[in-house]
Write a protein that binds this ligand. Structure first.
Ligand SMILES: Cc1cc2nc3c(=O)[nH]c(=O)nc-3n(C[C@H](O)[C@H](O)[C@H](O)COP(=O)(O)OP(=O)(O)OC[C@H]3O[C@@H](n4cnc5c(N)ncnc54)[C@H](O)[C@@H]3O)c2cc1C
Length: 390
């Protein structure tokens, strides 16, 4: 007797959501191919904290111990003003109040996921999908090489600037710009941080530096601005230097080091994605492509993991793709909408919009009792985590 052919998924993007989806779909008995535009797994970057339902997913995937081994145990966040004066030392163990969370580099998380997925998942690096069709029985994807692949399900896990999304929503209609730009990069060297995480506030912008392993430091700059598009590396660094020109020397030293070492920052707008539907026929969007929460939420990667699990389990319980996709969206959407509401509020709070708000906030940080600040942060962290649980 001939074995029944496995259903096939074509996943666009080897980020957190694409890799997690491959893991769960394999478990559901599907055969997966991942098409990734980069020539190899993307390296470098920033720390993501995984908590709430994303962390529960990690545990059910049996990856908690592996990630725990390579996670960072940041002790405290030292909050300073733009002159370098210390306003507050916020100890993470006070803020998290016993809530379990793993802080890992995004690329380490991606590597652990890639190593965990079965060897039967086919990777096509350095390629992309240029055309998508769906005749109701199969989805067809034309690759940049001209080759056509057929799949029972095509998943667009291609991030915030997803091109698969055009299949569901033309242009920028589903994008909500929060009015900030961010730049993130890591550098080799120790510029002399006095803690493992230091953040510097300025009116209209925030700089965060944190120590990584192997003599590396990660930098994040976020600033309010118009929608200037910073296409090339030089204009990105020019802009970063311009917005940090009044910042402390430590920040400007890190930027010079990054420029000298040839770091390539990831620069993008804080943009939320809100679509009325995450699927159409046999095409589904996952992760940031479907519902980017922005870095303000601190739950984007976690929700990408949780979403992949919901999808995998729905596909285990039915072989009708349309039913699985509707159920996946029905379960996930209320959680995402709660988190998106939260992101809108957080951006305004972390980056005071003018000098008056900046001084007011710094005054509170310096003089408010530590226990009050901790209690506010702890309840905010708890409400964030509660938001991820259905
Ligand atoms: C500074 C910063 C801090 C963050 N902190 C946290 C945090 O603390 N906790 C948390 O949970 N989340 C955090 N996030 C959010 C989190 O990183 C994202 O939500 C998550 O990585 C999204 O994963 P993804 O797989 O959907 O998209 P991505 O990680 O963007 O992956 C998309 C992949 O698709 C590939 N791709 C793109 N276009 C194409 C194409 N046309 N063809 C083929 N491949 C393509 C890309 O190369 C990439 O590999 C943070 C984000 C930032 C920027």
């Amino acid at each position: 007797m001939q074995a029944e052919a496995r259903s096939r998924a074509l996943i666009i993007g080897a980020g957190i959501s694409g890799l997690a989806a491959a893991w769960w779909l394999e478990k559901a008995g599907w055969a997966c191919t991942i098409v990734e535009k980069s020539p190899s797994m993307r390296e470098g970057g920033y720390i993501v904290s995984i908590s709430g339902s994303g962390l529960e997913t990690v545990k059910r995937m049996g990856l908690y111990e592996k990630l725990d081994e390579i996670s960072y145990n940041f002790d405290e966040n030292v909050v300073k003003d733009n002159g370098g004066r210390e306003l507050l030392r916020l100890r993470y163990k006070d803020v998290h109040g016993g809530v379990d969370a793993l802080a890992v580099c995004r690329d380490d998380l991606a590597r652990v996921l890639a190593n965990a997925i079965s060897e039967s998942v086919a990777f096509r690096f350095g390629d992309t999908v240029v055309k998508i069709e769906d005749d109701g029985t199969k989805a067809q994807a034309t690759l940049s090489t001209g080759e056509t692949l057929e799949a029972d399900l095509l998943i667009g896990a291609d991030g915030i600037r997803s091109s698969t999304r055009n299949y569901l929503c033309e242009g920028n209609k589903c994008l909500e710009d929060l009015g900030y730009t961010y730049a993130v990069y890591d550098i080799e060297g120790q510029p002399g941080l006095d803690s493992d995480c230091v953040s510097f506030n300025s009116p209209g912008h925030l700089d965060v530096l944190y120590t990584l392993r192997n003599n590396r430091v990660a930098a994040l700059h976020i600033w309010r601005d118009d929608q200037t598009r910073l296409q090339d590396k030089q204009s990105q660094f020019d802009k970063i230097r311009h917005i940090t020109s009044g910042s402390t020397k430590l920040v400007t030293d890190v930027i010079s080091l990054a420029e000298r070492n040839g770091s390539t920052p990831v620069v993008d707008r804080l943009t939320m994605v809100s679509l009325p539907n995450w699927h159409k026929g046999r095409v589904l969007l996952l992760g940031d492509a479907a519902h980017c929460l922005t870095l303000m939420s601190g739950q984007g990667a976690g929700m990408a993991l949780a979403s992949a699990e919901i999808l995998g389990k729905e596909l285990m319980s039915t072989n009708i793709v349309a039913t699985a996709l509707s159920q996946h969206e029905r379960k996930l959407r209320p959680i995402i909408e709660r988190l998106q509401q939260r992101s809108r509020k957080m951006a305004a709070m972390y980056i005071p919009k003018n000098t008056f708000m900046y001084h007011l906030r710094n005054f509170f940080l310096r003089f408010m009792p530590y226990s009050w600040i901790v209690s506010w942060h702890a309840s905010s962290a708890k409400s964030e985590i509660d938001s991820t649980l259905s």
